[in-house]
Design a protein around this ligand. Sequence first.
Ligand SMILES: *[C@@H]1O[C@H](CO)[C@@H](O)[C@H](O)[C@H]1NC(C)=O
Ligand SMILES: *[C@@H]1O[C@H](CO)[C@@H](O)[C@H](O)[C@H]1NC(C)=O
Ligand SMILES: *[C@@H]1O[C@H](CO)[C@@H](O)[C@H](O)[C@H]1NC(C)=O
Ligand SMILES: *[C@@H]1O[C@H](CO)[C@@H](O)[C@H](O)[C@H]1NC(C)=O
Length: 474
Amino acid sequence: MKSTFYSHALGLLGLSEVAFAVAAAASSSSVKINAGAKLQHVDGFGFSQAFTRAGQFQAADTAIQKQALDLLFSKESGAGFSIIRNWIPSSFDYTIEPNSPGSASAPPQYRWDGWDEGQLWFTKQAVSYGVKTIYADAWSAPGFMKTSGSEATAGYLCGTPGHDCATGDWRQAYADYLVQYVKFYGNEGLHITHLGFLNEPDFRASYSQMQISPNASEAISFIPVLHKTVDTAKLDVSITCCDATGWDKQSSYTDALVAAGMEHDLGVITAHMYSSDATYPLNTSLPTWLSEAGVGTSVGGFVPTWYNTGALNEGLSWASKIAKGFVDAGLSAYLYWEGFEIAQQQSASHLLDTTGTNNTVVLQSGIFHAFSMWSRFVRPGAHRVDTSGGSNLANVTTAAFQNQDKSVVVIFTNTGSADQPTDLVVPDHKAGSSAKAWLTDNTHKVEQTSVGRVRGDSIQVTIPAHSVVTVKFP
Ligand SMILES: *[C@@H]1O[C@H](CO)[C@@H](O)[C@H](O)[C@H]1NC(C)=O
Ligand SMILES: *[C@@H]1O[C@H](CO)[C@@H](O)[C@H](O)[C@H]1NC(C)=O
Ligand SMILES: *[C@@H]1O[C@H](CO)[C@@H](O)[C@H](O)[C@H]1NC(C)=O
Ligand SMILES: *[C@@H]1O[C@H](CO)[C@@H](O)[C@H](O)[C@H]1NC(C)=O
């Protein structure tokens, strides 16, 4: 599968060389969108309500609940998120298989509580807004399937290379358990589209966890078993790997997975950004997702701030991470950690919070606005498309996309301290005259703004200092 990547990469290189020539020949102050030059496919944007947050959302006051759901999922007035990431609980209270059947070959006893810590309700809400991409990810196998005997202490899946256990080889049992979780959702009328069996396997946590070696040998020995089990169950589910703590770690895992032929059985490569951001493409032909992102409390709490000092709890910092992720790393999806939390303002690892007496007011973070500038406009099934020109726009990242409905979206992220005017050449389809633009900066929050018309084939756009401007050609 490696050769597929190289030919693909060479194709891209060819395109950008052509684009550069066009840019040099045309005015350096204009940006041109080459909608015919397709880059990566877009799966969408998302977040999680794992670890009890879905249950708190479900229990919230109904007016607040509706407001938060609209903000998260509405394509008209909200962020229009299109992916949710649920966890497959492994803790005794919530897992679908709380007790060991005694040995790996003994029949399992599954249970379904029709609640899943509120995630069943939350998934139904997301689907009612049109969300179609449901990622279910396990942080660990049940403890009795692991070398450590506990889901919350470090250990490996029994039966993977070098990890023999007295109770047997649990690889097939773990695959059956994951498939059973997907089936429970299927019985509720919900289609889990993506399935993960690891979370941060390069890290030792104080909660649900399961490790793999740097050469990913445990994953390589399990993925074919899971793929066959999913196939046999006739489920339409893409398998992901490995939700490592950072891009660099996932890059090493990916090289090992690709070398072992795992691209055949996997659907998506997933990584988090805690130990390193997505700033370069991974060597795989599979789509790559930044599947979890957030910030520790040490950088500050939940704030509405768009830009002040450039701290990591501010919106523009995230606008820049998303832009680099899609442009420099070729991401197909970007997911924040949590969406809605109640009175947790000590942390900025969620997008909406509450305040006021009895928590009756919903608060939006600057980070929420950063995501909204992308997720409302760039829809699942879009492709990123090539752009040329704009080389004089200091500190501006330009990303362009074509949606399935043929609308073209251009997102300018200006992290610099100067306003940047540019001519945007209208892409080659008829609706150019009805272009619309939205602006987020310190005084505008995803607010529609005027578009200046210049000539027949281009519009003038000013990208204010420290802002994101999203232009849409319907
Ligand atoms: C993978 O790494 C583990 C742990 O370092 C090692 O024991 C094992 O031999 C390695 N497997 C391969 C196939 O290189
Ligand atoms: C991908 O492969 C190319 C060619 O071997 C190499 O130069 C590049 O560093 C690799 N990138 C990553 C992220 O491993
Ligand atoms: C807050 O909730 C308490 C307990 O339900 C209730 O007595 C009180 O009236 C509420 N306050 C407001 C301002 O709604
Ligand atoms: C662009 O960024 C560089 C590096 O951070 C900085 O030195 C320069 O002043 C910035 N330019 C503008 C116009 O903000």
